[in-house]
Write a protein that binds this ligand. Structure first.
Ligand code: HEC
Length: 278
């Protein structure tokens, strides 16, 4: 009976996969044969994560003088730990920044530094926010580099400024906010442990728990199915699509507030990103 069910699931996966792209069908088929679809890729890559290429490029982007003002982010950009300091920075974000009077996540903070300090064009950076093939994203590379400098650092948020507390409260409310044609909230899919969509495990992100830690600490991540490093902004945008919500605006308060809620539930977990995901 068990084997039969498994076989049935396998063929179902193939059929579903064939209906979408070829890559997707490969992924579906692999999901069907293993509860951890990425394990086979891990076996192939060993300890190597292709994200290392993004980390290297990000290091360059961080250290080299760039833009019309010809300055290096390493000399001007404060990610919350002091100018140019990246060690541990991601583990304490999102956080309030006095110079912008805003709570920012890593991506929006990098954007602030690139536009304000280096004089780079915001629209051009945002147009390339999600890399694709040869058209690489500077934001994704910089994120991979910065986040890598938090490896092993436990997540802990300042959460002392009223705007930080507000962002958390908003993020929590947003997490449970049901809307759209399917009346989904984040909690519909991520409100309890052990849920699946088709064959994908859905982590419980609603409360402080080890699953929430494991999930949050492994983003940004190299997505095998896309061959790119993606950040939390991308991840949330992708779930908005699955929820049939309006498109999530990159760097919006909604994105940052939700990230704040997820980060808070992951407190104590040690950063292990860039991760490797399906
Ligand atoms: C309709 C179901 C659904 C809803 C609703 C949904 N998600 Fe997801 N979410 C998924 C699926 C499916 C995945 C895994 C995708 C994959 O493996 O590629 C996922 C993955 C994630 C991940 C990464 C998990 C990991 O293991 O790395 C995060 C974080 C996340 N969702 C957050 C959210 C947030 C926040 C919301 C609300 C704005 C939300 N999701 C709403 C289906 C949903």
């Amino acid at each position: 009976m068990r084997a039969k069910t498994k076989q049935h699931m396998f063929w179902l996966a193939i059929v579903v996969g064939a209906a979408s792209s070829f890559t997707a069908s490969l992924v579906w088929a692999q999901s069907a044969t293993s509860s951890d679809p990425v394990s086979q890729y891990r076996a192939m890559f060993g300890d190597d994560n292709p994200a290392d290429l993004w980390v290297m490029r990000g290091k360059d982007l961080w250290q080299k003088p760039r833009g019309p003002k010809n300055v290096a982010l390493a000399k001007t950009c404060d990610l919350g730990m002091g100018t140019g300091v990246i060690k541990g920075a991601y583990a304490h974000m999102p956080r309030y920044f006095a110079d912008t009077n805003k709570v920012q996540d890593l991506e929006t903070r990098l954007l602030t530094c690139m536009v304000r300090d280096q004089g780079l064009d915001k629209a051009a950076i945002l147009k390339n926010r999600f890399g694709d093939g040869d058209r690489k994203s500077d934001l994704e590379a910089l994120s991979a580099y910065v986040v890598g400098a938090s490896k092993g650092v436990p997540i802990s948020l300042p959460m002392s400024h009223p705007q930080e507390k507000r962002a958390y409260a908003m993020g929590k409310a947003l997490f449970y906010y049901r809307a759209g044609t399917h009346d989904f909230s984040c909690a519909s899919c991520h409100g309890q442990s052990g849920k699946r969509i088709r064959l994908q495990q859905l982590p419980d992100l609603a409360t402080a728990n080890p699953e929430a830690q494991k999930t949050y600490t492994t983003w940004p991540a190299y997505r095998v199915s896309q061959g790119e490093v993606r950040t939390m902004e991308w991840r949330l945008g992708s779930c908005f699509r699955q929820m049939r919500f309006p498109k999530l605006k990159y760097g919006s308060e909604v994105a940052i507030d939700l990230t704040m809620f997820l980060a808070k539930n992951a407190e104590g977990g040690k950063m292990a990103a860039p991760g490797l995901k399906r």
